[in-house]
Design a protein around this ligand. Structure first.
Ligand code: GLA
Length: 404
């Protein structure tokens, strides 16, 4: 038995030597991540600095049991406040809320999910925890050893630490330093050989969309932080128009993580927020309290038709086609010639246009358009000058597979 076993091993060894002699080494494949906008969940919008290892595990469990994973939510991202102290060798340790990051990553992976983490190019993160300044390669290697799949890299203290210190009155040089810092981490991540999504968080400064893709950024925040208030959400949406040409497979504008299910947003506001993120080809990173998610919130987050708009393989970000009074009409070109039309009542009810009349010519459409209302799931036909009544902050979202 033992002789047989060692003989088989020897044969295997010969076979593999022969195979490697005949087969040229596989070329190093380029990292292919974020071909559609990343989907998952992030701890910041609900837990903020209170997040613990248990919250991440519970959230991973819920992403699976709620059906979110099947709907496409894959990344479970730990935001700021996991960091502890660096030791004498420069190794960054986790704090007591995260006793064993490798074990946590293994747990998340065991659910068929991926795990993300957070740091920044400065000495401190936005929450005042240890950043990666001077330890970029070391941190990237550690993330890879843990099995990290996604890094959100947040500028914060790099501004006073480096930009303002090294170039106090030279904005162009400050920008160069910032770009170099993101480039450094991008190269450090690539050097690990592990595909890791790189998310730039510097609040949309210095037209980040113009330079982030070239250094390997997969997504970049386009604004300051979101909050669970309609006014803030709408203000962010208003800053996205015009950025559409910068988005595409592998590189996306990021209007920040979702607030669906947070704060006191009404059901209509949650629905409209989710619709607009889908129209914008935005990353769909839920930010709510998953163990206490209400059924109506789950229904919004897992609406497959709306997710399909966000994840459309063509990767063309939607545009604001026109507005009329307090109603905005957004369109998004989809694969196969289809189109999504979102009609949004952005104003308070007393200011809304009652009723709104759809102008199909302004969308480049002519004659009745047969489609599907993605929030009711029912067929709908849009006709020119059709009066449409939409409640304040609500939306009508229609997919037209064969527009005319
Ligand atoms: C910044 C970011 C937020 C969050 C916090 C964490 O404000 O924009 O998304 O990551 O830092 O401290």
């Amino acid at each position: 038995m033992r002789i047989f076993a060692s003989l088989s091993l020897a044969l295997l060894a010969v076979a593999s030597v022969t195979a490697s002699a005949q087969t040229p080494a596989a070329p190093q494949m380029p990292q292919v991540v974020a071909q559609t906008p990343p989907m998952g969940w992030n701890s910041w919008n609900y837990f903020a600095e209170k997040v613990t290892d248990k919250d991440i595990r519970d959230s991973a469990d819920l992403i699976v049991s709620s059906g979110m994973k099947d709907a496409g939510y894959i990344y479970v991202n730990i935001d700021d406040t996991w960091e502890g102290e660096r030791d004498a060798a420069g190794v960054l340790h986790t704090n007591s809320k995260f006793p064993d990051m490798k074990a946590l990553a293994d747990y998340v992976h065991s659910k068929g999910l991926k795990i993300g983490i957070y740091s920044g190019p400065g000495s401190k993160t936005c929450g005042g925890y240890a950043g990666s300044l001077g330890h970029e390669e070391q941190d990237a290697q550690m993330y890879a050893q843990w099995g990290i799949d996604y890094l959100k890299y947040d500028l914060c203290s790099f501004i006073p630490d480096v930009m303002e210190k090294q170039a106090p009155s030279d904005k162009a040089e400050q920008m160069r330093l910032m770009i170099a810092a993101y480039d450094k981490m991008s190269k450090a991540l690539k050097a690990t050989g592990r595909p890791i999504v790189l998310s730039l968080c510097q609040y949309g400064w210095d037209a980040v969309w113009e330079w982030a893709p070239a250094l390997g950024g997969n997504l970049w925040r386009t604004t300051g932080d979101i909050t669970p208030h309609w006014d803030r959400i709408y203000s962010i949406v208003s800053q996205q128009a015009g950025l559409e040409s910068y988005a595409g497979p592998g590189h996306w504008n990021d209007p920040d993580m979702l607030e669906v299910g947070n704060g006191k947003l009404s059901l209509a506001e949650n629905r409209t927020h989710f619709t607009l993120w889908a129209m914008l080809a935005a990353p769909l990173l839920a930010g709510n309290d998953l163990p206490h998610m209400k059924p109506e919130i789950k229904a919004i987050l897992t609406n497959r038709d709306v997710i399909a708009i966000d994840q459309d393989p063509l990767g063309r970000q939607g545009v604001r086609a026109y507005s009329d009074g307090e109603v905005e009409v957004w369109t998004r070109q989809l694969q196969g010639g289809a189109i999504a039309v979102a009609i949004v009542a952005v104003g308070d009810s007393r200011y809304s246009t009652h009723p709104f009349h759809l102008n199909l010519a302004k969308l480049g459409l002519h004659g009745p358009q047969a489609g599907k209302d993605l929030w009711t799931g029912k067929p709908i036909t849009l006709t020119d000058q059709q009066p449409i009544e939409i409640e304040s902050h609500d939306v009508l979202l229609v997919r037209i597979d064969k527009p005319r």
